[in-house]
Design a protein around this ligand. Structure first.
Ligand code: MN
Length: 321
């Protein structure tokens, strides 16, 4: 296999203190598979570095396997927990500064504290941005109470990776059909819908400097741009720009969790190769499979380099690290 240098953006970790928050999400995973995933998530050493080496991944941008403190009912505990886990990640990055970077974990129950923590993580700890795991206790981030958070995120200039999480309750169309839960289908509906709330709820309009990153090739949004624009006109929606323009101008997508050419062609066609970034979703997906896919899928060399590392270097300010 030829190797193009790669930066991977959706690469998770866990600490024993945060395992309880992940448990409800991991409940359907076969115990033998969960034990392997758990070992990989807790590891900051050779398990991961070897997998990265084999896949040609120079740098792995690490984030907590969610939802973390976003599932915490006590806001003070959430604030403290987020700080602790960010400090822990910063310590691990200091041991491997050329291999690891970080996305902050935020206590979104308290938007002002979340913005403070984002500022601390980017400014003091050198993190690249934050990962938010969907709604927090049923609140979505188009609510006016989050305007201050978005304003601060815009000012800091840090991208926000909107990662899937379980919905507040099962949609009627999914309830009773266990096969559709979570990563099969439910999370794309949930995370795609949350993103569209930020588009149609005017967050991206109000804060044009906000940049979002979506995994899983944009949670189906690149496929649907024409329909959003067409229906926005028919339903008389009042946004300054077409919905597709906000998505094209303020959203990046990653290859996490889906290693096939169809969504790549769609995403590059809809958003451009400058908006697509390589990711694995380690350890829930195989780094080797992700790497083999991006090395071999038909792309111009320039586009492959953009997707594999150049876009991430530019967006995350990693050129000189
Ligand atoms: Mn993930």
């Amino acid at each position: 296999m030829q190797t193009t240098k790669k930066i991977a953006l959706e690469e998770h970790f866990l600490t024993p203190a945060f395992e309880e928050y992940l448990a409800p999400t991991a409940v359907n995973i076969d115990p033998a598979i969960y034990n392997r995933l758990r070992a990989q998530l807790l590891d900051f050493g050779s398990l991961r570095l070897d997998a990265m080496d084999r896949a040609g991944i120079e740098r792995s941008v690490r984030s907590l396997a969610g939802p973390g403190v976003q599932r915490e009912p006590d806001t003070a505990v959430a604030r403290r927990g987020a700080r602790e886990v960010n400090d822990l990640l910063a310590g691990e990055i200091r041991k491997q500064p050329r291999r690891y970077s970080g996305l902050a974990h935020l206590p979104m129950q308290d938007p002002a504290a979340a913005a403070d923590e984002l500022e601390r993580c980017v400014g003091d700890l050198g993190f690249c941005g934050a990962m938010i795991h969907g709604h927090t206790n049923g609140e979505y981030f188009d609510h006016p109470k989050f305007y201050g958070f978005w304003e601060r995120a815009e000012g800091i200039g840090a991208p926000i990776y909107l990662h899937p999480a379980d919905p507040v309750s099962r949609y009627p169309a999914i309830a009773g059909c266990a096969a559709l839960k979570r990563a099969m289908w439910e999370w794309s509906v949930e995370t795609g819908s949350h993103t569209l709330r930020l588009v149609f709820g005017g967050i991206l309009d109000r804060f044009p400097g906000v940049t979002l990153v979506l995994g899983h090739w944009g949670e189906t949004l690149p496929y649907l741009l024409w329909r959003f624009d067409s229906r926005a006109a028919i339903y008389g929606l009042k946004l300054k720009k077409c919905p597709s323009e906000y998505i094209r101008e303020q959203i990046f997508v990653t290859t996490s969790g889906m290693f096939s050419a169809e969504p790549l062609l769609c995403s590059i066609g809809a958003l451009g190769a400058g908006r697509v970034m390589f990711s694995v979703d380690y350890p829930f997906e195989s780094a080797a499979e992700a790497a083999s896919f991006i090395e071999n899928v038909p792309l111009h060399d320039q586009q492959r380099m953009d997707v594999c590392f150049r876009n991430a270097e530019k967006l995350l300010g990693l050129e000189n690290r």
